[in-house]
Design a binder for this molecule. Structure first.
Ligand code: UD1
Length: 327
């Protein structure tokens, strides 16, 4: 029998890539999404139910109508500066809604969950690459709302048969090569998107937030992971839980960092557009350098990335953004 999984936030950027891979692998999929930042067009497999995780009655009904073997929980708010301005929304949408989901899992006996967490739970990292056992000290409400969700999952797992894989994403970027999926939320403006927008002349210039970090070229260093590799990690995590694997917290990154200047240089080279770059002050709450120690995910899941290539991340983002221009 085909296994049926619930994917919250499956119409969003990362969720939609995972749904496509789950569909290709033969899973039955129910996507639950309020489409506030995602789009029905991004759901290429399964059935989409438009709903909000805050609506516990509706969520119970969905659980009662389907027999899920596992839940993949992507739905969340994820913009750090917004989380500082509207912290309560972040605790409601991220932490409270994870609690709602766990309540449904409890009542309906669903005992496998894969949770989208973030490198933001680590905060200001002392030493890089950062491993999963390093103490978590998030420095913004976004990171704290995700860490609190991790605690809910861990505490509930202790008192129940729930097994989980918590995946801590580093800097996710890129788009699938078919051109059908990519980032669509206009609110998200990560470094690579911002540079691509400047290359496509959608914005007159781009800014470097801080050139006085203690890094070789003075700009921030991050571990950029291609969204297709990240999606594949979720399928590996699901197989792992299905085979009876015990609960895990795993970093998702390549273990290699690039500075803001290096990223901009690659976007300019690949787009062949020499857009203006303004150097400005540091952004509040930006750590100097965050890269993943990815040993554990390789060992536990046997995860093998296929797209560990900054140029590919940049070129798929550019192709996706160009395609959006034409559609
Ligand atoms: C952060 C979180 C990440 C989260 C993401 C969601 C941490 C360690 N990471 O990523 O988990 O998923 O927010 O929003 O907290 N930059 C510029 N100019 C720009 C844009 C960015 O110079 O126009 C710089 C930033 O200062 C930073 C780097 O580029 O040094 C990456 O920034 P960004 O792409 O926004 O992601 P993070 O803030 O690292």
């Amino acid at each position: 029998m085909r296994k049926k999984v619930l994917v919250t936030g499956g119409a969003g950027y990362i969720g939609s890539h995972v749904v496509r891979q789950l569909g290709t692998a033969g899973y039955d999929i129910i996507v639950y999404d309020n489409c506030s930042t995602g789009s029905p067009k991004s759901v290429l497999y399964g059935d989409l139910i438009i709903g909000d995780l805050a609506d516990l009655d509706h969520l119970y009904l969905v659980f009662a109508q389907h027999q899920f073997s596992a839940v993949l929980h992507f739905a969340a708010s994820l913009i750090v500066p917004e989380s500082i301005i509207h912290p309560l929304n972040y605790y409601a949408n991220n932490t409270r809604n994870t609690l709602n989901l766990l309540r449904c899992c409890h009542v309906m006996g669903v005992n496998q969950i894969i949770f989208s967490s973030t490198a933001a739970v680590y905060g200001e990292v002392g030493e890089n690459p950062v491993a999963e056992f390093v103490p978590t000290m998030p420095i913004n409400p976004y990171g704290r709302s995700k860490l609190m969700s991790e605690w809910l999952i861990k505490d509930y797992a202790i008192s129940s048969s729930l097994r989980y894989v918590i995946l801590r994403y580093f800097n996710v970027a890129g788009a699938d090569s078919s051109g059908k999926l990519g980032q669509i939320s206009p609110k998200t403006n990560h470094l690579i998107m911002s540079a691509c927008n400047a290359a496509l002349k959608r914005q007159p210039q781009m800014q470097i937030f801080g050139t006085d970090f203690p890094t070789p070229d003075g700009t921030g260093i991050r571990d950029y992971i291609h969204v297709e590799d990240l999606a594949a990690a979720h399928l590996d995590a699901l197989s792992y839980l299905e085979m009876g694997g015990e609960s895990q917290i795993l970093n998702c990154g390549y273990g290699q960092g690039y500075s803001v200047r290096q990223v901009i240089e690659r976007v300019k080279a690949i787009s062949q557009v020499d857009f203006p770059v303004i150097e400005t002050n540091r952004r509040d709450g930006d750590p100097a350098c965050v890269t993943a120690c990815a040993d554990k995910i390789h060992k536990v899941l046997g995860w093998e990335p296929k797209y560990n290539d900054l140029d590919l991340i940049v070129s798929t983002t550019l192709a996706w953004e160009r395609g959006r221009e034409m559609s």
